[in-house]
Design a protein around this ligand. Structure first.
Ligand SMILES: NC(=O)c1ccc[n+]([C@@H]2O[C@H](COP(=O)([O-])OP(=O)(O)OC[C@H]3O[C@@H](n4cnc5c(N)ncnc54)[C@H](O)[C@@H]3O)[C@@H](O)[C@H]2O)c1
Length: 318
């Protein structure tokens, strides 16, 4: 979600490695399930790197909204790429959008995909049902991936056959997808090494930097970030300092580009609460951990609908 300055310095080296490594991906056709914030970003980036993409959602309206997100974001990319050339800008946007088909037919979209990336809403039952449908429709050698932030990949894959489980992983992108370089490649105990290697090659091929990790709550980034943000909220509850002073301290003292309260407001307080409550209740190895115990302050803001930037008010007003 954010990059301390030391990490930001490491990224160009990692990128240079990615471009010289054998980053060729054999995957051509990608189906992205869910055309919201994340799914539309993933579809856009895959299409910008010459993949044929089908974006699937539950209604034409949702698909058009997803296409709108892509067009807006691509417009910004095009302006940077061709600063003085309006024609080249619109050609670029049309060309990339031309590689994205929109569909409400999950089975047809999965039927020809080498890789399916699910980015629908964060709900275990819904994801399990989606993957059961995908397993029935996708080619046998397709890779199935979920972009879940907080659910165990193995739990999402629970209803699948042993063969499908070997080809199921997590591909955790970061928001906003076109700008954020990292993708966590989440390896379950069942996943084949070849599937992980192919996923890593795909990630490099779309200009991102992979970090491979085990299927544990929060993977790498959120497992470190959420205790940090919850500790910041508890500093506030103990009246140690104001959100502004805590944010300033972490930006200027630790070199973080955003403070913890700015980050909470950006991510959405409901999302933070959903994740920590889930881990506190039933997180693998985390249940009952006081790091993730409910916070009265966070609960109060969520109850009032002050969810952050998206509602105009969270820890700050917008
Ligand atoms: N927003 C983030 O910062 C972020 C970051 C990383 C991962 N994620 C994960 O990505 C996933 C999507 O998050 P988002 O922020 O894009 O959500 P979103 O609400 O913006 O989009 C979800 C989309 O899924 C669609 N959908 C719902 N049911 C569906 C179904 N049965 N078939 C197809 N589409 C369906 C919805 O219509 C909607 O367009 C979640 O699992 C979330 O945890 C989110």
């Amino acid at each position: 979600m954010f990059r301390p300055s030391s990490l930001a310095r490491a990224v160009p080296r990692a990128r240079a490695f990615a471009s010289t490594a054998a980053a060729q991906s054999a995957i051509r056709r990608v189906a992205v399930i869910g055309g919201g914030q994340m799914g539309s970003g993933i579809a856009q980036v895959a299409a910008a790197h010459k993949h044929d993409v089908t974006l699937v959602d539950v209604s034409q309206e949702a698909l058009e909204r997803g296409k709108g997100y892509m067009a807006k974001s691509l417009g910004r990319v095009a302006k940077k790429k061709f600063p003085e050339d309006a024609q080249a800008q619109s050609r670029f946007v049309e060309e990339v959008l031309g590689r994205v088909s929109l569909s409400t037919d999950l089975k047809a979209a999965a039927g020809s995909a080498g890789l399916v990336i699910e980015a629908a809403v964060e709900n275990i039952k819904l994801k399990q049902e989606l993957f059961a449908g995908l397993a029935a429709a996708a080619p046998e050698d397709a890779i199935l991936a979920s972009n879940t932030s907080s659910l165990p990949i193995a739990r999402i894959a629970a209803p699948l056959s042993a063969e499908r489980k070997r080809r199921m992983i997590g591909l955790h992108f970061f928001n906003p997808v076109p700008q954020m370089k990292l993708v966590e490649v989440v390896r379950t105990d069942e996943a084949e090494q070849q599937v992980v290697d192919d996923a890593v090659a795909f990630v490099k091929g779309i200009g991102k930097v992979p970090a491979v990790c085990k299927d544990t709550p929060g993977f790498i980034v959120n497992r470190l970030l959420l205790p940090y943000t919850m500790e910041a909220v508890r500093l506030l509850e103990r009246d140690v300092a104001s959100p502004r002073d805590i944010d300033t301290a972490m930006k200027l003292g630790a070199g973080y580009p955003m403070g913890p309260f700015e980050l909470c407001d950006y991510v959405g307080l409901d999302t933070i609460k959903f994740i920590v409550d889930g881990w506190h209740k039933e997180g693998q190895g985390l249940a009952g951990d006081k790091l993730f115990a409910p916070s009265a302050k966070l609960d109060e803001l969520v109850k009032k609908g002050h969810l952050g930037v998206k509602t105009g008010r969270g820890f700050y007003e917008y």
